[in-house]
Unconditional design. Structure first.
Length: 114
């Protein structure tokens, strides 16, 4: 079993920045992928960014150049630095953990006002 604890999120004006964190604990395999997905009202959950334990990362086209994902393997923690936020980034952001299993965080609200 893996537990995910998210932090960060909140309300910010367009052009502002936020940082999300997600710490994983429990029975964790050395190779894993952690990342963030988001879901806006009335829309499907979509990938934002993911990063493997070896450092390889992948971003949604809509956030490239604005968001940066990173991780600290010693703490099993993933970070999402979000700069240049836009109103369309407003969503609930969910931390995701994948090794041979899939786990989701409880979600944290990000609201960007225009």
């Amino acid at each position: 079993q893996v537990q995910l604890v998210e932090s960060g999120g909140g309300l910010v004006q367009a052009g502002g920045s936020l940082r999300l964190s997600c710490a994983a604990s429990g029975s964790i395999f050395r190779f894993n992928v952690m990342g963030w997905y988001r879901q806006a009202p009335g829309k499907q959950r979509e990938l934002v960014a993911v990063i493997a334990s070896g450092g390889t990362s992948n971003y949604a086209d809509s956030v490239k150049g604005r968001f940066t994902i990173s991780r600290d393997n010693t703490k099993n923690t993933v970070f999402l630095q979000m700069n240049g936020l836009k109103p369309e980034d407003t969503a609930v952001y969910y931390c995701n953990f994948f090794d041979v299993r899939v786990y989701w965080g409880q979600g944290t609200q990000v609201t960007v006002s225009s």
